[in-house]
Ligand binder design. Sequence first.
Ligand code: FES
Length: 106
Amino acid sequence: MITIHVEDTSGEKRSVEFQENPSGNLMEVLVEEIFDVPAICGGIAGCGTCHISIKTKGDELLPDPEDDESFMLDTLGNRVENSRLSCQLKLTNKLHEAEIKILGDG
Ligand code: FES
């Protein structure tokens, strides 16, 4: 099981567990766990509503954003240094014990 620690837009924190699944993505987990993630585009890096900041345990390196993710992040007014689109992050062990903050599209 992978455990992540999520802070929602109101500042409440909750830990969530899920199975490793490289064909799934983090946005799907956040939606399933009823966090405020509208995911309007359905996960194609087209809306920015699944925007999060993420700090991995031990600063485990995540794959760099693809061009479409980088482009969308550039359009967001609330981008921070460790911003990612959760729909572009696969459900791998690299996420275990990550600290995540839901930022949305600002
Ligand atoms: S769900 Fe739209 S950018 Fe991730």
